[in-house]
Design a protein around this ligand. Structure first.
Ligand SMILES: NC(=O)c1ccc[n+]([C@@H]2O[C@H](COP(=O)([O-])OP(=O)(O)OC[C@H]3O[C@@H](n4cnc5c(N)ncnc54)[C@H](OP(=O)(O)O)[C@@H]3O)[C@@H](O)[C@H]2O)c1
Length: 332
């Protein structure tokens, strides 16, 4: 039996059109920040601004004429990012700076420099994040498990060191970029560095999930809520948010070449671009409607009520232990 040659074009074309339509249908529900407010004179600081959601957030803020500090692990990448954004956006100001959240020394040096150059910060966006297989047993300079150290502890330390600059700009904001995966997190306070699970992962007993990442995203939410409570009355609002499932560099340590082929249909329908993911972050950082709603979680540019009750006791315990870990400069 022979087929018409047209069929070899028609089938892939129909599949591509169907996937395109399915994406269009789904994307109707993806949040969009409608605020187009002019941010001239305001200083924003974004961690991990050289890639993905951080880069697109920086682009959106500078488009609104803000001064944006691009706090990046690699200064050269930060400079390239500024140059890339400048090709399209001429307003605002872009300031590339070096910050490695996996090193307390780097955080301290960075804050010292920020304090010499800026007298206030209107909004701090804790965006940088890492996902790495537990079996690799990656650690920060001080020996903290990498997800705990970078995604939570580095930002915890940075934020606390910058509070006086944020107070000077009140009403100001802190946006903590978490994830819906925080709902999968479970904290073992006797083993925040996850030694047991890392040893299991090294023996090949790892689960399909990455509990290190999920836990760090739960820590982000606890941190945002605890900080909001502590800063009530200081004019600094704190929000946690989820950008949605986005196509960025985040999963680079997991992705193999064949994933691109296998995942392409899913990516096409379900995954947002980094620009689409940045919408809720920009919303939390700029929209008037969230002012005063400190301690809330946002997704799709709207307040989100979590599907379970937060554990206030865990929230306080994490804060205390984070303070102790920063003070000790080593895992407890
Ligand atoms: N993509 C998603 O589907 C998704 C979903 C929910 C939440 N999120 C959250 O969104 C945030 C942004 O992630 P993304 O998707 O945009 O990923 P990305 O493209 O990989 O960006 C992550 C950024 O974090 C930086 N970073 C990593 N380790 C760092 C360190 N030690 N010090 C300073 N910066 C560091 C990276 O710098 P380098 O380029 O130098 O590595 C990069 O700029 C993360 O907090 C992530 O958890 C993402």
């Amino acid at each position: 039996m022979s087929y018409s040659p047209y069929i070899y074009v028609a089938i892939p074309l129909s599949v591509a059109i169907a996937l395109g339509l399915a994406r269009k249908w789904r994307s109707r529900k993806w949040g969009k920040c409608m605020s187009n407010i002019c941010l001239r004179g305001k200083t924003y600081l974004i961690t991990g601004a050289n890639s993905g959601i951080g880069l697109e957030t920086a682009r959106a803020l500078v488009k609104r004429k803000a001064r944006v500090i691009l706090a990046c692990r690699d200064l050269e990448k930060a400079r390239q990012t500024a140059a890339e954004i400048r090709k399209e956006e001429l307003g605002g100001e872009l300031i590339p700076m070096q910050l490695d959240l996996a090193s307390f020394e780097s955080i301290e040096k960075f804050v010292e420099l920020v304090k010499t150059g800026f007298y206030k910060i209107d909004c701090l966006i804790n965006n940088a994040g890492v996902v790495a297989p537990l079996s690799l047993d990656q650690k920060t300079k001080e020996g903290f498990e990498i997800h705990l150290g970078v995604n939570h502890l580095g930002h915890f330390y940075l934020t606390n060191l910058l509070l006086d600059l944020l107070k000077k700009a009140a009403p100001s904001r802190i946006v903590v970029v978490s994830s819906m995966l925080h709902e999968k997190g479970t904290l073992d306070f006797d083993d925040l560095n996850m030694r047991k699970q890392i040893e299991d992962a090294k023996k090949g007993k790892s689960s399909r999930r990455n509990p290190g990442y999920d836990n760090s995203k739960l820590m982000n939410v606890y941190f945002a809520r605890a900080l909001a409570g502590k800063l009530r009355g200081d004019g600094i609002d704190v929000y946690a948010c989820c950008p949605g499932f986005c196509y960025t560099n985040l999963f680079r340590s997991f992705v193999k070449w064949y994933h691109y082929i296998l995942m392409a249909p899913i990516a096409l329908v379900y995954m947002r671009s980094a620009k689409q993911g940045a919408e809720t972050v920009v919303f939390c950082a700029t929209d008037y409607s969230v002012e005063g709603h400190t301690g809330k979680f946002y997704r799709e540019c709207a307040e989100y009520a979590p599907s379970y009750n937060y554990n206030k006791e865990e929230e306080s315990r994490l804060w205390e232990m984070s303070e102790q870990m920063v003070k000790a400069r080593r895992p407890l």
